[in-house]
Design a protein around this ligand. Structure first.
Ligand code: DAH
Length: 339
């Protein structure tokens, strides 16, 4: 092995390194020249065969070449890596002008829309928002609302029981009790959210929404109730609609009235929406039963009140002329887009 041969190895290695097309190929050349059985390493082994006086110079030369080649390798590697990153970025470039199938946009759910509209109408009358748990103690859903155990009024609502003392709330009226227990009158509150009943057909869902209103003040009468609800119905459905109150029964109100509004579709002439009667029922109402005040330790008759509870889906159906209540939980965008 002569010095000329060593120089030759160096030249070949440098040429190979600079000709490599990618880092894999470059690494192959590194193994070929600098690896354990690479040309340069092999030449070191041959040193043993040299005359003693030539050894130091030869060794020095091998070491210098090794250092030089290692540096050349690193430089080549860095430049190839850069090129590879550039190529990768180029191939992954986003074409922002490329046209794709349009993504379907979501839409506010009509139940939300109706609920928010109701809030803003009631807010103008000084009502503020309350919520309550979906799993209620039997006490709040029934007893405190003057529906004792075994009372026939419990049959009015097909209840989902969670355990012996808890139910999925069947109405939003328990929100009244939470408010009466936790706040001091005078009160004007509006509560809303899902309620649950074991019932399902074209006009009933097992999971629907109610809106509950309660006003507690000194000297509250049936005319306050009628005035408030009539205002609310007119604001919600539009001018020209009439409101009608029919005597009814709810254990938590006395007297009680069911609320009808003249059919917004046919304006009271009679159509399929109102079953040819010209009127549509939207919910229940009444003056708060003193027994409810007693449960919540509110002094009666110093404080008196009225309350009402409406079905949100029902109001949306009437306002928008929806033909099947089951569209609401479907969340089909084609349905939602119509509101
Ligand atoms: N909670 C009753 C129901 O779901 C509706 C109702 C009637 C609510 C009269 C009231 C009320 O606040 O005063 O059938």
């Amino acid at each position: 092995m002569s010095q000329t041969q060593l120089t030759q190895i160096k030249e070949n290695a440098l040429k190979a390194f600079s000709s490599a097309q990618n880092s894999q190929e470059l690494y192959g050349f590194k193994v070929q020249y600098l690896g354990k059985s690479g040309s340069l390493t092999e030449s070191m082994k041959l040193m043993a065969t040299l005359p003693k006086e030539e050894k130091p110079l030869f060794g020095k030369m091998v070491n210098e070449i090794k250092t030089e080649l290692e540096a050349a390798y690193e430089q080549a590697e860095a430049s190839l890596k850069n090129k590879e990153i550039d190529a990768k970025m180029l191939s992954e470039k986003l074409d922002l002008s490329f046209s794709t199938a349009a993504k379907e946009q979501g839409k506010e759910h009509p139940i939300h829309k109706v609920t928010n509209e109701i809030f803003s109408i009631m807010a103008r009358l000084g009502y503020s928002l309350r919520t309550g748990p979906l799993i209620e103690k039997d006490y709040y859903n029934f007893e405190a609302l003057n529906i004792p155990p075994n009372h026939p009024a419990r049959d009015m609502q097909d209840t989902f029981f969670v355990d012996e003392s808890h139910v999925l709330r069947t109405h939003t009226s328990p929100i009244q009790i939470h408010s009466l227990e936790n706040e001091k009158p005078p009160l004007r509150i509006i509560g809303t959210g899902p309620v649950f009943r074991c019932d399902s057909d074209i006009s009933h869902l097992p999971n629907f929404h109610q809106i509950e209103g309660m006003c507690v003040d000194e000297k509250v009468s049936m005319s306050d109730l009628k005035g408030t609800i009539s205002f609310f119905v007119r604001e919600f459905f539009g001018p020209g609609l009439k409101t009608r109150f029919r005597p009814s029964f709810f254990p938590f109100t006395e007297p009680s009235a069911e609320v009808d509004c003249s059919c917004p579709i046919c304006k009271g002439k009679g159509c399929s929406m109102c079953k040819q009667t010209g009127w549509i029922e939207i919910g229940g109402s009444g003056l708060i039963n003193p027994k409810v005040f007693a449960h919540a330790n509110v002094e009666y008759p110093k404080w008196q009140g009225f309350a009402f509870g409406f079905g949100v889906e029902r109001m949306a159906i009437i306002k928008y002329g929806v033909d099947d209540i089951r569209h609401f939980p479907s969340n089909d965008v084609r349905f939602l887009k119509q509101f």
